[in-house]
Design a protein around this ligand. Sequence first.
Ligand code: ADE
Length: 237
Amino acid sequence: MIKLGIIGAMAVEVATLRENMTDLTVTTRAGMEFATGTLEQLPVVVALCGVGKVNAALCMQILCDCFGVTHIVNTGVAGALHTGLDIGDIVVSQDAMYHDMDVCGLGYPLGKVPGLDVIAFPADDALLAYAFQASEQTHPGHTWIGRVASGDQFICSRAKKDQIIQFTHALCTEMEGAAIAQAAYLNGIPFAILRAISDRADDSAEMDYPSFEAIAAQRCAAVLQAMAARLWEDTQR
Ligand code: ADE
């Protein structure tokens, strides 16, 4: 049986999902809210983790150890790195890596966590396919599949954006995905990241982000709901 963990960093990213859940019970751990119930009949735990990599990893471990989730989707907004992306477009992760992990001084490539055998953590193919299909069903022609680059920084300068593109080749940037991906990788839990573009991660980001955050978050919520419906249907076959 699937129990889907859904992680969002900010209230705006999980509010609609929580409103649309049934049999809702909210528990708090490590200062984070975990809403257990069903979404489109699928058993889910919707977690509000707070911003950044440490919050995200903590939340992921709590979901594994205390809530017994079998699959994870990280949802929320992101800054575009690829020039072809428009605000509101959806990115589904092929994989995720850090843009701020730097142990180059000891001979490791930029992005590599010493001791792990991958630089980018691969998303689960089946979850990715469900996310892509749900996104195309909701916003046809606006779904991209590719790399997500994460770090503890809101990216709002052209120079920094260019640096990140150069070494990650990611489609978008945000602040939690790779930490969730690493924790999922270490726990052997399938994951995918689903992000809607809220800004262009350049000098316009500080202006755009507040205007588009809510719209982008809403888009992700709609996709996740369609995804939950499909996952539930398929478990009933
Ligand atoms: N989330 C949304 N936009 C972002 C940006 N520009 N940088 C980091 N995280 C983001």
